[in-house]
Write a protein that binds this ligand. Structure first.
Ligand code: N2P
Length: 365
């Protein structure tokens, strides 16, 4: 299902069939859909002769399930640092990447490296890849036509205020299929200012989501990109770059669909995704070669330019397209950054409560 919606993934898999068929080294990567440039893999293959098998997921939960099951067969994966890489670091499911011996490592943003130190002292295991926010995208003209002057363009009220959501429901509201993201967004809407996994705070968040559950057309993390772009959906909760890709696809289609992405004024989740090598990776050497490749400023700049996420490589900043480097949805201004919330690691008991709560909300009970 996911592979069908992920057009860049399909293109890439198409390219790989052109690879020479001689006995070749293989690198198996498991990464988010829509998270590399069209030529990222082909260029790597050309530089190194290593064949890449590239599989896609669209949620941290999918990746985590694979990792916890063990023997995934993957050499390189891209979890969000908090709380997913953090939890798997504790479980000792990754291996060191020899980060300091990778050329270009020194160009990584020292603040981002420092932000990972508590879970990865000395930055031995996790290489920061991209970062972004989780906010709201909406069809500017359709939403304005329905709400008129009442339009809270930069607020979670678009999806969580029952009076507003019921007016937008016909035109389509989608939330992510992600307990943490949705419940913490609901907490931001309630003005909580930080993620809170206590039973009481989770119940408050759950009540917000349950109140608009009948107005939600579906819960999904990536299908929203094309649905927004095609004008089939009015409001979606999603990752910044994905939502901006929806905007670009809408523009390219030329059908007059205009998508806006906002970090709601009440605050939103900010995350950093990292590259990590599973402890049982069959080919960690090739994974490290891929990490060295990603550390080339032009390679990572091309990826940011294509997927519209900010990367962690300071040497790549000068190589970004002007409109990417200055895009407030990609590199948020200081005032926006102050409103961003990180996702702490829930205790196991809290995580179980969250996932039970989530199942109940989605089923509408
Ligand atoms: C890429 C989504 C990655 C962001 N499509 C999730 N942290």
């Amino acid at each position: 299902m996911l592979k069908r919606v992920a057009t860049t993934g399909l293109l890439m898999l198409g390219l790989l069939h052109l690879a020479p068929t001689t006995a070749q080294e293989t690198l198996r990567i498991y990464n988010w859909s829509d998270y590399i440039a069209e030529d990222t893999l082909a260029n790597f293959q050309q530089q190194t002769g290593i064949r890449v098998v590239y599989d896609l997921y669209d949620s941290n939960e999918m990746l985590e399930a694979k990792m916890l099951a063990g023997r995934s067969g993957y050499d390189l994966v891209f979890p969000s640092a908090r709380p997913f890489a953090e939890r798997l670091m504790k479980a000792k499911l990754y291996q060191p990447i020899d980060s300091h011996s990778l050329s270009g490592w020194q160009q990584l943003d020292a603040d981002i490296l420092a932000s990972l130190q508590d879970m990865d002292p000395g930055n031995q295991f996790l290489l920061p890849y991209m970062w972004g926010t989780t906010g709201l995208a909406y069809n500017r003209d359709k939403v304005a036509a329905i709400l008129g002057d009442d339009m809270p363009g930069d607020s979670w009220r678009l999806v969580f205020d029952p009076a507003i959501a019921s007016r937008l429901a016909g035109c389509g509201i989608a939330l992510m299929d992600d307990a943490l993201e949705v419940l913490v967004a609901a907490q931001a809407y309630l003005g909580m200012g930080r993620a809170d996994y206590s039973q009481q705070a989770l119940q408050q968040a759950a009540a917000v989501v349950a109140a608009v559950r009948p107005q939600v057309r579906y819960f999904h993390n990536s299908q929203t990109i094309n649905d927004l772009a095609n004008g089939d959906l009015c409001v979606a909760h999603g990752y910044s770059g994905d939502m901006l890709q929806a905007q670009s696809r809408a523009q390219e289609a030329g059908q007059g669909v205009h998508i806006e992405y906002v970090v709601p004024r009440e605050g939103a989740v900010v995350w950093t995704d990292v590259a990590a090598i599973p402890v049982d990776a069959p080919n960690p050497k090739a994974a490290k070669q891929f990490l060295s490749y990603l550390l080339q400023p032009q390679v990572i700049a091309d990826i940011s330019n294509s997927v519209q996420y900010a990367n962690a490589n300071l040497a790549a900043t000068a190589l970004l397209d002007e409109q990417i480097r200055h895009h407030p949805g990609i590199y948020p201004p200081a005032a926006t950054r102050q409103r961003l919330l990180t996702l702490p690691l829930p205790e196991d008991k809290q995580a179980r409560l969250m996932s039970r709560t989530w199942t109940r909300i989605k089923s509408g009970k």
